[in-house]
Design a protein around this ligand. Structure first.
Ligand code: AMP
Length: 190
């Protein structure tokens, strides 16, 4: 079982890469944002708890997110590995993932980090807002907040993964196809 974290700020292109990578390698794509949006749509208890925070661009509690990940990992059979998209987003989440993987006899193989410039990010988020109709993409103040939350709570994970020797940055400003080729080349060596 392989475990790859696809890392980067909101709008870096993580989701697009995960969709095609999961098909190529038979990996399960775990997007905590997609899972939460599904729960919001179903108006589940979890969705109701998460909605307010998501609308404001703030993070949902670590405990909720970790419970989601645990449920998905334990209930996934027949896949060659996992791609984490939008998770972990805090130090606590990264520690929980590590502990969970140890329990399952697995480890994080690499953190593939999409280094995408802020102007490209804004363009991508605006494009996505038009296509997917995500409310948190359409409001400039919420996009700003999400980028700020990323810088404060998620960006510090880079140092942690660098120290572990599993951090692998790639240029996220290229086309989807170019980024995909670069990531595949890396994954094929793992
Ligand atoms: P995303 O689709 O990954 O941009 O996530 C959309 C929103 O869902 C975020 O702005 C957060 O409110 C929430 N969310 C998604 N993943 C996480 C996570 N790992 N930890 C906390 N909140 C999350």
């Amino acid at each position: 079982m392989k475990n790859f974290i696809i890392f980067g700020p909101p709008g870096a292109g993580k989701g697009s890469q995960c969709i095609i990578l999961s098909k190529r390698y038979n990996f399960k794509h775990i997007s905590t944002g997609d899972i939460l949006r599904e729960e919001v749509k179903r108006e589940s208890e979890l969705g109701l708890k998460a909605k307010n925070l998501m609308d404001k661009g703030e993070l949902v509690s670590d405990a909720l997110i970790i419970a989601i990940i645990e449920r998905v990992l334990v209930n996934s059979n027949g896949v060659a590995g996992f791609l984490y998209d939008g998770f972990p987003r805090t130090v606590k989440q990264s520690e929980a993932l590590e502990a969970l993987l140890i329990k399952l006899g697995q480890k994080i193989d690499a953190v593939i980090s999409l280094q995408t410039d802020e102007d490209v990010i804004i363009q991508r988020i605006q494009g996505r807002a038009a296509i997917e109709g995500r409310e948190d993409d359409a409001r400039t103040d919420v996009v700003k907040k999400r980028l700020e939350v990323y810088r404060e709570q998620t960006h510090p994970l880079i140092e942690i993964y660098k120290k572990k020797g599993i951090y692998h940055p790639i240029n996220g400003n290229l086309t989807i196809e170019q980024n995909f080729a670069e990531i595949c080349e890396f994954i094929d060596q793992q």
